[in-house]
Structures are given as structure tokens and as C-alpha cells.
Design a protein around this ligand. Structure first.
Ligand SMILES: *Cc1c(COP(=O)(O)O)cnc(C)c1O
Length: 392
């Protein structure tokens, strides 16, 4: 039951009903499946059909519904659901790379992504070159005839710098390298990554897909050939598969993701408009604001400003902490993409592990506060931000 429109597919796409004809997708909390005969078991292990399952690490009906709905949303042929966003990033990269391969990656990465590129891949003999993701000349100089893959976050955490998917894909494809995009901040609602050239798209489903702070999950999206030929063998044998219960939570999240993300974006836009130029702010970073250095690229690439913004508060850590502690509605936490608005101080939490020099390179100052904007009333959020700023 699939339609042409995105919202129809988000509600109905991938649904399969049992003999009871339930309305809400069933949770198949089973690790295994019974065969009618020994011959049937033998045949299924030889070649499982589309609706035939063997073991939940390989696949499960509830997980398959989530994968199909995600593939419809992103516009890829296929998808593999994973236990977390990091299982997706790790699986997307390690499933296709081997010792001696060369990878080019943007430098501005989520801490755990950086760990995989910097520590894990290199440990197994993969050579990784880092570039400033916004600088196409650096990509051009770093991509070599033997480069196997490029990796980047299409919108970086927490400074909201964009990488031009179309331009980097063109450079990568010229040498036959695959383009792997961590698209969390862009969200699957706004993503046009497939038409822009991405080969493999990765999401942490923990963020906007759940969107209600309940479960960890992830997904790898690509062609059927790549998912079934490269990703699935690696994932099913190494254990990073999604649980059926999580898949059900994510299916419910997908039903409302378009409504939530658009409401969150409208709220982020309202906050940016109300707070831009505030006397207590050294800078406000929001891709939807014309002041963002890559505003045009944001409009071309995802057609929206997104659900995240960053406030650089004058006065460093003390001022940032005063602001955070003065917030009334907005929570201090470190998730993002949630229905609840959340504020984070990257320098002392998510990016604490980096040296002050590394943070400076990435533009993560002591006054920087990352804001994940929720679906509350925009007037309440604007009031909260302004009253907290006034207390700095
Ligand atoms: C959160 C996040 C991840 C990791 O996802 P988990 O679900 O926490 O494992 C990876 N990349 C980006 C950009 C993220 O924001």
C-alpha cells in the first residue's frame, strides 16, 4: 500500500498485515521462524525469498517494514536498519573498505564518527585524508585516482557548516569513489541526497526519525545491489541489527516525522529571526537565515534551514552556563531532533574529548550553545530564549 506522496508513504509505506488485519503495525518479537519441513529450512537457507525470514539478526518482519518505509522516504532502492546511528556509520564504511583503501573525509564530524575514521579504519590499514568540508578545492586536492570512498556530514555538528553533496559527488564519481553521507542534520524530510549524487546515505534514527527520545537506532540506505551484496552480509554477521521493538518505535516516528520536522523548522526560523543581532550574542548560526555564509547552498540542497541552530554567547563558558541555567522550557540535554527543545554546551559535553586547539579549528568556542528546536509554541520558545539571554 504505497502512494505517490511522501506523507502517504510515511503513514502506509511498507505496512504488512498479519492474518488479524491489525491497524497498527505488529511487533514481531521473535528471533526465529519455524519451517514446515527440513526441506523448507534447507531451501530458505539457500535463498530466502522477499517475505521469508531466518533469524532476527538477518531480518524480521517489523524491521523490514521500517526499512521499506525509509527507502520510500529517501528514494533509494533498499535499506538496512541498524542498532544505532553509529552502527550505521560503522557498517556503511567497514562493510566496503579493506586494508590499502583510501578515504577522504570532512574534518567537522560528530565525535564518534571521527573515532571511526581516525581510529578504527586506520587501525585496519585504511588511509584517511581529512579536509575542510566546505572547501571544494581541498576535496579536489585530496581525492585521488585510488580513492574508494568519501564521507561527510552534509550539515555539521554543532557549527552547521554544509558540504555541497552535488559538487563533492561529482569529484568523487570522476575517480569511481562512492559517496557516503551522514545526513542526520539535514533530515530525511528535506533530503534530496540521491538526486544530488550520494550513493550511501546514513541516518541516526535516534534523532528526528524517533523524534521523541525513546530509542537508539540507525539506517543505511543505498541501491539494492549495495545493500544486499555489501552491507547486509557485513551487518548480519557482525551483530549491529535493529531490534523489532525499536523498528516499531521508528515506524510510529515516521508517521509524524514530516509534520514534526516542518514545525521544528518553523520554530527554529522564528528563534533565529527574534534573536539575530541580540546584544548578548557574538553570532547566531542558522542555515535558514540570510546571514549564514552558506544560506544559498542550504536553500538549494535541502530547501530549508533545518531544526538546529547555534548561539555564540558573548562572555565564554560563564555566560553560556548562565544562559543554559536560566532556560525554563528548553531542556539541558544532548539528544537532538526531539519534539522537546534541547540546549547543549558542546565544548564541555559532546566535544569535551577534543583538545582546545581542535575545538578552535572546528569553531566550537566556549560560548557556543547548540539548540535543537522542538515543536512547542514558537512564542514560548522565543520568550524563553530572550529571557535567558537577558539574565546573562
Ligand atoms: C547522533 C549522531 C550519530 C550517532 O547516532 P546514535 O544513534 O547516537 O548512535 C551519528 N552522526 C550524527 C551526525 C549524529 O548526530
Amino acid at each position: 500500500m504505497t502512494g505517490k506522496g511522501k506523507r502517504t508513504n510515511l503513514v502506509h509505506g511498507g505496512s504488512k498485515r498479519s492474518q488479524w488485519n491489525e491497524v497498527s503495525e505488529a511487533i514481531f518479537l521473535t528471533q526465529g521462524f519455524v519451517y514446515d519441513s527440513a526441506e523448507a529450512a534447507e531451501a530458505r537457507f539457500l535463498q530466502a525469498g522477499p517475505d521469508e525470514f531466518i533469524y532476527a539478526r538477518y531480518g524480521n518482519p517489523t524491521v523490514a517494514m521500517f526499512e521499506e518505509r525509509m527507502a520510500l522516504l529517501e528514494g533509494t532502492e533498499d535499506a538496512f536498519a541498524t542498532a544505532s546511528g553509529m552502527a550505521a556509520v560503522n557498517g556503511a564504511l567497514t562493510s566496503m573498505l579493506r586494508a590499502g583503501d583510501h578515504v577522504v573525509s570532512s574534518r567537522a564530524l560528530f565525535g564518534s564518527c571521527l573515532y571511526i575514521l581516525e581510529e578504527v579504519l586506520t587501525r585496519y590499514g585504511v588511509e584517511v585524508s581529512f579536509v575542510d568540508g566546505a572547501d571544494l578545492d581541498q576535496w579536489r586536492a585530496a581525492i585521488r585516482p585510488d580513492t574508494k570512498a568519501v564521507f561527510f556530514e552534509s550539515m555539521s555538528n554543532p557549527t552547521l557548516e554544509l558540504v555541497d553533496i552535488e559538487a563533492v559527488s561529482e569529484l568523487a564519481h570522476a575517480v569511481g569513489a562512492l559517496v557516503v553521507v551522514d545526513n542526520v542534520f539535514s533530515t530525511p524530510v528535506y533530503s534530496k541526497a540521491v538526486e544530488q549524487g550520494a550513493d550511501i546515505i546514513v541516518y541516526s534514527a535516534t534523532k528526528h526519525i524517533d523524534g521523541q527520545g525513546r530509542a537508539l537506532g540507525g539506517v543505511i540506505l543505498a541501491s539494492k545491489e549495495h545493500i544486499r551484496g555489501v552491507v547486509e552480509p557485513y551487518m548480519k554477521h557482525t551483530g549491529g541489527s535493529m531490534s523489532p521493538f525499536t523498528a516499531w518505535v521508528m515506524l510510529k516516528g515516521l508517521e509524524t516525522i514530516d509534520l514534526r520536522v516542518r514545525a521544528q523548522t518553523a520554530n527554529a526560523q522564528a528563534i533565529a529571526e527574534a534573536a539575530e543581532g541580540h546584544a548578548k550574542l557574538a553570532n547566531l548560526i542558522y542555515p535558514g537565515a540570510p546571514s549564514h555564509p552558506q544560506h544559498d547552498l542550504a536553500m538549494r540542497q535541502i530547501g530549508a534551514g533545518g531544526t538546529m541552530l547555534a548561539l555564540d554567547i558573548k562572555g565564554g563558558k560563564d555566560a553560556a552556563f548562565k544562559f543554559l541555567n536560566a532556560l525554563d522550557i528548553i531542556l539541558i540535554s544532548n539528544n537532538l531532533g526531539d519534539a522537546k527543545s534541547i540546549a547543549t554546551h558542546p565544548a564541555t559535553t559532546t566535544h569535551q574529548r577534543l583538545t582546545p586547539e581542535q575545538r578552535a579549528t572546528l569553531g566550537i568556542g566556549d560560548g557556543l550553545v547548540r539548540l535543537s528546536v522542538g515543536i512547542e509554541d514558537s512564542a514560548d520558545l522565543v520568550t524563553d530564549i530572550l529571557q535567558a539571554l537577558s539574565q546573562v
